[in-house]
Design a protein around this ligand. Structure first.
Ligand code: FES
Length: 157
């Protein structure tokens, strides 16, 4: 990271990595929350991998850091504690089960709604965990609760 650039250009600063904690700590707790450039995120440590995403669920703003992690269709997901929506840790996709109404005997199949929760990048350097906010230009449903009027930063409430 070039500090001079980040001081001059707010957009570069917004996408610079931020240290959110120690690797030793998240390996014990398996999750932590952080505010990265005014955006609240949750970081999970699950089966040896780190995942960071917007902390408020894309559906209605539920607190994902309080959800359980379960596998669906072989994909680790955070299950929102409010209405049980399933969100893949790796990609932020919303998963749902569908059944063909013309074939009621068919087994329900897992399907994806597409990327609904914004995923951020996690890196580890010298025992420290860093989060870099997503620069993906698409509009993600979770942006609604991460920005603007509906943003809730726990540390300020
Ligand atoms: Fe997360 Fe409804 S707020 S499932």
């Amino acid at each position: 990271m070039d500090l001079d650039d980040s001081e001059q250009d707010p957009e570069i600063k917004e996408y610079s990595s931020v240290c959110v904690g120690r690797e030793d700590d998240i390996k014990k707790s398996e999750r932590m929350t952080a505010v990265v450039h005014d955006r609240e995120v949750v970081i999970f440590y699950h089966k040896g991998e780190y995942h960071a995403m917007d902390i408020r669920c894309y559906h209605s703003g539920g607190p994902l850091h309080l959800g359980e992690i379960e596998d669906f269709d072989g994909r680790p997901c955070i299950v929102c504690p409010w209405h049980k929506y399933k969100i893949t840790l790796a990609t932020g996709e919303g998963l749902y089960q569908s059944i063909n109404p013309k074939d009621p005997s068919a087994k329900p199949e897992w399907c994806s709604k597409g990327i609904k929760q914004r995923i951020h990048k996690v890196t580890v350097d010298n025992g420290n965990i860093y989060v870099t906010l997503s620069k993906e230009p698409f509009k993600c449903d979770s942006d609604f609760y991460a920005t603007g009027d509906f943003k809730v930063i726990k540390s300020s409430s």
